[in-house]
Design a binder for this molecule. Structure first.
Ligand code: SAM
Ligand code: CA
Length: 260
């Protein structure tokens, strides 16, 4: 038995590719096979299928038991594909620890997997400002924040994230945050990025999720404003002298922007 079995929701990036998972995976399969494309080929932009992907998780994933509980709980949700992939969350937790972050932003909480993930690695006086508009999603994960003993580190703001970011700026919190994860409505990603850049300290990190958008960024259609928005931010980031960047083919693509 692997130390960490891999249920369907691990493949958020793959799911975002429009992949439907084969039925029966919950009955024992560690990882679902793909039902479109050639099952054993790496049809996805990130090649997250098959035994090698399983191997990566078996040999790298160190998931807190309550985090795992939340992941499995979220897996039953009709929108489970929105949850960040566990390998990506682990990278973000490692970055948060590495830079000794105290104040972090989560823009788009959903059931709070990454909110919990970051809260778990923050010091006791650390804070996650968690932004979402949908309290029903957040309610699913909230009891597990408490169970993990990190509820006091999470400051949940249920309102449009732009409003929360503006309030933080207005209350003099510019350049006080260490890390931000941008993962809400993609049409606003540029605005989120600009506001986060003001809120983050020099040396802080902004992680922008879904930058590959299931591959649609390769050929953004004129009428697809979501893809256009992601693509424009990707183009802008390439030339943005305020940050150093890395675009990683993890999940549905994540860009790390390191503030200079
Ligand atoms: N980061 C989450 C995780 O770790 O699993 C996943 C976030 S999910 C992809 C996107 C979330 O953004 C949803 O919960 C949605 O309610 C929220 N959202 C959408 N529009 C928003 C807005 N204008 N302001 C704040 N949150 C928003
Ligand atoms: Ca996402």
């Amino acid at each position: 038995m692997p130390l960490f079995s891999v249920p369907k929701e691990v493949a958020v990036g793959t799911a975002m590719l429009g992949v439907a998972f084969a039925t029966g995976m919950l009955a024992g399969k560690r990882y679902p096979s793909l039902v479109f494309g050639t099952p054993k080929s790496s049809k996805s932009i990130i090649g997250k299928s098959g035994p090698l992907w399983q191997y990566i998780l078996d040999h790298s994933l160190r998931e807190h038991p309550i985090l795992k509980k939340l992941r499995l709980l979220t897996a039953d949700h009709p929108w489970s594909k929105m949850m960040v992939s566990c390998d990506q969350a682990q990278l973000m937790a490692n970055l948060v620890k590495l830079i000794k972050a105290k104040k972090v932003l989560e823009i788009g909480v959903f059931t709070g997997y990454n909110t919990l993930n970051m809260a778990l690695v923050l010091p006791d006086n650390g804070r996650v400002i968690a932004c979402d508009i949908n309290e029903d999603y957040v309610k699913i994960g909230k009891p597990l924040w408490k169970e993990a003993g990190v509820e006091h580190k999470i400051d949940l703001r249920i309102k449009p994230a732009i409003q929360t970011l503006d309030e933080l700026l207005a209350s003099g919190e510019a350049e006080t945050f260490d890390f931000a994860f941008i993962d809400a409505d993609k049409e606003s990603c540029n605005e989120y990025y600009e506001k986060c850049l003001r809120l983050i300290k020099k040396g802080g990190i902004i992680a922008i999720d879904n930058v590959l958008w299931s591959g649609r960024v390769l050929k953004p259609r004129k009428d697809d404003l979501t893809t256009q928005s992601i693509h424009h931010l990707n183009e802008k980031l390439l030339r943005d002298a305020r940050v150093n960047i890395s675009m990683l083919p993890m999940g549905d693509g994540v860009t790390l922007a390191f503030k200079l």
